[in-house]
Design a binder for this molecule. Structure first.
Ligand code: FMN
Length: 173
């Protein structure tokens, strides 16, 4: 199985990227590609920019990576209760080329933040809206208090309850 994983964040040291990478590592025998949204940076989407730039090559590459995967794991960072600008921007651009950005792929969604809410609000927004864009969401998990619940040195969740929840989710893939 080919898994495409990424954090919906452009932080160089993204905690969501660590979580997405760990979740993907739990899928036994999978061929995992982890991408970084910094490699998909475009001007802020507007219809004027679209007239000027057409369909940027970066958008084609992003959509091809989704098309080539059997399943996706996306971990959402939360900025002010919602998506990060980096994620919303590549998503808006991609939605102009393909209404079903997520191409009917199976996916697992996660989110985390240093706070106790674990970026739950953005995860709820993603769960609600992504099915309209071709996402077959199998399940989602918010990991609260990242610094307490994730072992950075060994790149894994250290809270056994959350770890089991994530294992149960990836087993659905
Ligand atoms: C502009 C900004 C807004 C933020 N808003 C939220 C928020 O609404 N909820 C939350 O849990 N954390 C919030 N945070 C803290 C992020 O959860 C934290 O920066 C986290 O590391 C982001 O995930 P990432 O490392 O994967 O980018 C915010 C951070 C920034 C810089």
């Amino acid at each position: 199985m080919k898994i495409l994983a990424f954090a919906a964040s452009s932080s160089r040291n993204s905690i969501n990227k660590k979580l997405a990478r760990y979740a993907a590592s739990l899928v036994s025998g999978a061929d995992v590609e982890v991408i970084d949204l910094n490699d998909f940076e475009l001007p802020i989407y507007s219809q004027d920019k679209e007239k000027e730039l057409g369909e940027p090559e970066i958008v084609r590459i992003f959509l091809k990576k989704i098309a080539d995967a059997d399943a996706l794991i996306i971990s959402f960072a939360e900025h002010n209760g919602s998506y990060t600008s980096a994620y919303k921007n590549i998503f808006d651009w991609a939605s102009r080329s393909a209404k079903k950005v997520y191409d009917n792929k199976k996916m697992i969604l996660t989110s985390t933040s240093p706070g106790p809410a674990g970026a739950k609000s953005v995860l709820a927004a993603a769960n609600t809206s992504m099915p309209f864009f071709g996402a077959q969401i199998l399940g989602s998990l918010s990991l609260p208090s990242f610094n307490e619940n994730f072992d950075i040195e060994n790149s894994k969740i250290k809270n056994s309850e959350f770890n089991q929840k994530l294992l149960d989710l990836v087993n659905l893939l």
